[in-house]
Design a protein around this ligand. Structure first.
Ligand SMILES: Nc1nc2c(c(=O)[nH]1)N[C@H]1C(S)=C(S)[C@@H](COP(=O)(O)O)O[C@H]1N2
Ligand SMILES: [Mo]
Length: 563
């Protein structure tokens, strides 16, 4: 600006302006250079089990956020995923992983900008200051890794050094880039200073290209070497034991054993690959079968460190069909699934561990830091409370809590930790991970029902009347379902038929055959539990106590083709 009226920039531009590189360029270069660093981190993670900083950064930021903000973030994400009809499990994790990377990129942009600002201020050697910025960034990241990492398998010291070295190199690189830009700026000006900015631009394009190339190569390599965490051979699962709760304790309800379920209704047992999945980390904890020990302490006769094989081989396993739902499941949402669980009744374990009769709760902690308090009053009286190690006859998948998770009937998933590493028997209750973030203390399952399908392809004729079969589920935790009713448009509520459920804690499949009239219709459903309590029909959001309200589905029925 000052030299607008100067006859020649070479004489009027003060020397010192040539020495400065704008802090905005620092933001740009900081961002540019962190991208290959992230792909190198990913590669080292996949090949050597070194920590992947972004996921730990994600956990760090997550734990800093107030519960309401966190929940809002998750709800918005789930809403967007549903809006686009995407699969919640994989999409949510990809979104979280992208956010994790984004957080480190933003941090690098800030550190880059600040570093250039400082260099401009104190006018010292750019490389030294860049390196110092890198060390500071590296120390911060190493501290976060030390506090939050749950996935690295390499030695922790190696992991911290690796992070420190890599971020220091990043700092050196941004300092070097500053020095380069400075050199270009300091060159004696032959023509006019457009030449200098052209050269600077050329330099920025060059380092941009180099960084992009490294990033793409690194990302490709790390995708290629991505390890599969396969837990299926971790131990032998026996499923020949007793299966609990298969005789629903209903006196009045008439269930039909072989009720034909209309096409388009979800399967009664969710294929394992489709089972919903919700947890707090960008990537689930990695647990080594050999070195794993379950820590049992507090009000027990003596503290214990239990090997996985001692649990799996040491007790008679029991099986249960279980429907699990997330408290964040919307009415009609997909965060609900059913599969078989195999494990050890918790009561049996409490006896074996000689839990003090005065203990009131067990505080259960997962490898990801997630924790919950379980009421021992429930665990002592309800034989269905189980420490589970297998789903669908196989060791738990990594994402579903390998090697151990707990099952507590009638509670939403948030009360049931996965990746259990520690159990402490205590007298006092405490607020678990989501309770601290202002979700329900008890998290008892709400009664809910869903219309899955209006099966046009199964329209049939009987005595001159055309019927369309409608199908769906009803679920009430462990409270059972005694009735399901359907309402078409503004008509009467009419009873549906119920299929005998797999157990008294699974969802119930239902069917309703409607003598239809062609046109567009709205189908609504509601249910009652075994005690005759009706489902809550008023809409409530998922937070804090789980969603309530009536599910409806619209369908247009065509004139039946005359046979
Ligand atoms: N350790 C741990 N356990 C956890 C969670 C978690 O984030 N960490 N999420 C809980 C929640 S909110 C739900 S809904 C269920 C989901 O279990 P799934 O992902 O195996 O379906 O796990 C529960 N157990
Ligand atoms: Mo959940």
């Amino acid at each position: 600006m000052e030299n607008t009226h100067s006859p020649s920039p070479s004489t009027s531009t003060p020397q010192k302006t040539l020495w400065r590189v704008h802090a905005g360029i620092g933001i740009f270069i900081g961002t540019l250079f962190i991208l290959p660093v992230i792909t190198i981190l990913a590669l080292a993670d996949n090949l050597l089990g070194l920590p992947f900083v972004p996921y730990d950064m994600f956990s760090f930021v997550r734990d800093l956020l107030p519960g309401a903000v966190l929940t809002f973030g998750i709800d918005s994400m789930v809403a967007v995923i549903r809006l686009f009809g995407l699969d919640t499990d994989t999409t949510a994790k990809i979104a979280e992983q992208a956010m994790a990377i984004g957080m480190v990129v933003i941090a690098a942009a800030v550190v880059g900008g600040v570093a250039y600002f400082v260099i401009n201020r104190i006018k010292r050697d750019a490389v030294t200051i860049g390196a110092l910025a890198g060390v500071a960034f590296g120390v911060a990241m190493a501290l976060i890794v030390a506090g939050k990492n749950i996935t690295a398998t390499a030695s922790p010291i190696a992991g911290l050094l690796w992070v420190l070295v890599l971020f220091t190199l990043w700092g050196l690189a941004i300092g070097w880039a500053y020095a380069q830009l400075q050199t270009i700026g300091a060159r004696p000006v032959t023509d006019d200073n457009t030449l200098q900015s052209a050269e600077r631009r050329k330099f920025l394009v060059q380092i941009g290209g180099a960084s992009a190339t490294l990033t793409v190569i690194g990302a490709g390599l790390s995708a290629f070497f991505q390890p599969e965490v396969d837990t299926s051979d971790a131990f032998e699962v026996t499923t020949t034991g007793e299966t609990l709760g298969t005789q629903p304790t209903s006196t009045e309800t008439v269930y039909a054993e072989n009720l034909q379920i209309p096409a388009g209704t979800r399967p009664e047992i969710t294929p394992l690959d489709d089972h919903y999945r919700i947890d707090i980390s960008a990537r689930p904890p990695v647990i080594d079968t050999e070195t794993y020990r379950l820590k049992v302490h507090g009000m027990v006769e003596s503290d214990l460190q239990i090997k996985l094989t001692d649990l799996v081989e040491g007790y008679e396993p029991v099986n249960q069909y279980v429907t699990l739902s997330c408290i964040s499941n919307q009415v009609g949402g997909d965060l609900i699934s059913t599969t078989t669980w195999t494990g050890i009744p918790f009561r049996v374990l409490m006896e074996a561990w000689k839990v003090n009769p005065l203990a009131q709760y067990v505080k259960i902690t997962g490898a990801d830091g997630f924790d919950e308090w379980v009421d021992l009053g429930v665990a002592r009286t309800d034989e269905r409370v189980m420490l589970a190690y297998a789903w669908d006859g196989e060791p738990l998948k990594q994402k579903h809590g390998f090697p151990l998770r707990i099952y507590i009937p009638d509670r939403y998933g948030m009360k049931q930790p996965k990746w259990i590493t520690e159990m402490e028997f205590v007298r006092e209750w405490g607020e678990g991970y989501w309770v601290r973030r202002s979700w329900s203390e008890q998290a008892l399952v709400q009664i809910t029902s869903v219309v899955d399908s209006v099966a046009q392809e199964e329209i049939y004729q009987q005595d001159g009347v055309y019927y369309v079969p409608i199908g769906g589920i009803a679920y009430s935790g462990a409270k059972g379902i005694s009735a399901v009713e359907i309402r078409v448009d503004d008509g009467e509520w009419m009873p549906a038929q119920l299929k005998t459920p797999l157990s008294d804690t699974t969802w119930v499949m239902w069917r309703f055959d409607w003598a239809f009239t062609p046109g567009q219709h709205t189908f609504r459903v509601r249910a009652k539990d075994r005690a005759g309590r009706p489902q809550v029909e008023t809409n409530a959001p998922v937070r804090p106590d789980g969603a309530t309200g009536i599910h409806s589905r619209r369908a247009t029925l065509d004139e039946p083709a005359e046979a």
